[in-house]
Design a protein around this ligand. Structure first.
Ligand SMILES: Nc1ncnc2c1ncn2[C@@H]1O[C@H](COP(=O)(O)OP(=O)(O)O)[C@@H](O)[C@H]1O
Ligand SMILES: O=C(CO)[C@@H](O)[C@H](O)COP(=O)(O)O
Length: 499
């Protein structure tokens, strides 16, 4: 039976999925790569690590007994968003990629706001934030003029991988929207933004739809990984847009929660004129012509990852998270805020840092683990509150990503958010979404909706417990007070460290 491959270029690892025409996942593989944080606020990766890891993951996939790569007809991508890959005339990276969670660009964000004001939101439907691509380009323009002058084109992470696999450069609309250089109404690179900031139009890659076929695999790449050179390669999209289709979130009453390195609360937007005035991100979808909105916690899985690396390096995630059961709701009076690399929603604040509040000598490590996962979930409640304040209501949410694997955490999500939480048989939403793009692109399905019916299967449902909802609501009110009380202190700490 014919099959497709979804390549999910995450922040912590690339995940590859082999999926057949019925939507069955035949085999998966994953290869991790490092993240460099040379200074506070910096977050970079070497694009060559992505290429090596994608190759290694596909080769490993092909070695699995259940995988027959000769059956692969199409391949597509899901990618970490916003990262700047600046390319030389030879189309090779001029410097490490500056990632979505790199917040060195506060001065450039201020420059954008001062120069363009409200007009910027009218054009892009988003406010400028440190994580988006335009401020990163302006940072290179100012701090590394030699790299800016030598640049032939920029690409986003998964677009660079696609380029290396096919020799064809392009960017799909869902990732182009996240550069905040796209004119949302006209669906083209904004001449006003490019002219205002002296960005040559030639730097911007050609725009494509997620489902467009860019060609077939480069024969050398195909031979190196054991795929047929006839495999059709489709544009693919931003990981959160892919996660949404991969979870079947295709209607405005549906909500998606994603716990990867970042955390995301996302919904489908039927009206192309909607704006949240920059409070939430509003981007093009991988469903051609459609949109979605979302709020982002910069360090969701990243907070847990940091905790594990620092305090429990020899434990696996499942054991670590399960240990929180020895604590109780509210972590025996311990609150954690996950602002380890600053925050995006609801606080667009690159300088805030995280905190544990209420440390008491009665507490144990289980309380700290519980506080971390509760704090990440409280930050999701902050985003949900932005939706609720704008009149949106949701009864349930579908949850995906590495953080959706723990039954304990899923029940905590239900109790803190007061929503029915649905987990999926395959929690790799972005990877499944990428596979769905290839399946729709190949014409196997007439629409993403038809494909989702076949590819997406629910696993379990977690219902809010009224008593815990009330208890968590009291803790949430206190959590909400931590940001205004701590930002002058953490900003002062950063300043002292930098001086
Ligand atoms: N068994 C688990 N239970 C809960 N959380 C987990 C588990 N395994 C991994 N995680 C969390 O998921 C994160 C990775 O999620 P993933 O969706 O793969 O991220 P990304 O796409 O950013 O690479 C880890 O950093 C960790 O915080
Ligand atoms: O910046 C954003 C969304 O705006 C992040 O959500 C990135 O897209 C990274 O995703 P993960 O690696 O956490 O899946």
């Amino acid at each position: 039976m014919a099959a497709v491959i979804g390549v999910d270029l995450g922040t912590s690892a690339v995940k590859v999925l082999l999926v057949d025409e019925t939507g069955a996942t035949l085999a998966t593989g994953s290869t991790a790569y490092p993240l460099q944080q040379p200074k506070p606020g910096y977050s970079e990766q070497d694009p060559e690590d992505w290429i090596r890891s994608v190759k290694a993951a596909i080769i490993a996939l092909g070695k699995k007994p259940e995988a027959d790569l000769s059956q692969v007809a199409g391949l597509s991508f899901s990618g970490q968003m916003h990262g700047l890959v600046l390319l030389s005339a030879a189309m090779r990276p001029l410097r490490p990629a500056i990632l979505w969670n790199d917040t060195r660009t506060t001065a450039e964000v201020n420059q954008i706001n001062q120069t363009m004001g409200k007009r910027f939101i009218e054009i892009t439907r988003n406010r400028a934030l440190e994580g988006f691509t335009l401020p990163k380009l302006l940072w290179v323009q100012k701090h590394e003029p030699e790299n800016f002058a030598a640049a032939k084109m920029f690409l986003l992470p998964k677009d660079y991988v696609r380029y290396r696999m096919t020799g064809v450069a392009g960017i799909d609309y869902s990732d182009a929207a996240g550069t905040v250089m796209l004119d949302e109404d006209k669906r083209r690179w904004s001449p006003a933004i490019l002219a205002t900031f002296n960005i040559p139009a030639s730097l911007c890659p050609p725009l494509i739809e997620a489902t467009d076929c860019v060609g077939t695999l480069d024969p050398e790449f195909a031979a190196a990984v054991g795929l047929p050179k006839t495999v059709k390669v489709f544009g693919g999209g931003a990981d959160n847009a892919c996660g949404a289709v991969g979870a079947g979130v295709l209607h405005p009453d549906q909500l998606l929660l994603s716990i990867g390195t970042s955390g995301v609360v996302l919904t489908y937007e039927p009206d192309s004129k909607t704006t949240y005035n920059g409070k939430l991100h509003y981007f093009d979808h991988v469903v051609p012509g459609q949109h979605y909105s979302m709020g982002v916690t910069l360090a969701a899985g990243h907070s847990l990852n940091w905790f594990k690396k620092t305090f429990a390096p020899d434990e696996d995630f499942a054991t670590l998270v399960a240990s929180a059961a020895a604590s109780r709701p509210g972590a025996n009076g311990l609150l954690f805020t996950p602002y380890l690399v600053g925050e995006r929603t609801p606080y667009a604040d690159a300088k805030i840092r995280g905190s544990f509040i209420g440390i008491d000598s009665r507490q144990t490590r289980a309380d700290f683990v519980r506080a971390v996962i509760e704090g990440i979930t409280f930050s999701f409640r902050d985003v949900l509150a932005v939706y609720q304040d704008s009149g949106r209501t949701f009864k349930s949410a579908i949850t995906i990503g590495g953080g959706s694997q723990s039954p304990l955490w899923l029940q905590i999500q239900a109790d803190i958010l007061n929503l029915k939480i649905v987990s999926l048989k395959n929690n790799q939403g972005p990877g499944i979404g990428a596979a769905m793009i290839a399946a729709v692109g190949l014409g196997w399905f007439a629409s993403f909706e038809a494909c989702a019916k076949q590819f997406v299967e629910e696993k379990a449902t977690y219902v809010p417990d009224r008593k815990q909802v009330e208890r968590y609501t009291r803790y949430y009110k206190l959590y909400h007070d931590v940001y205004p009380a701590t930002w002058p202190i953490t900003a002062g700490l950063l300043q002292t460290e930098e001086s």
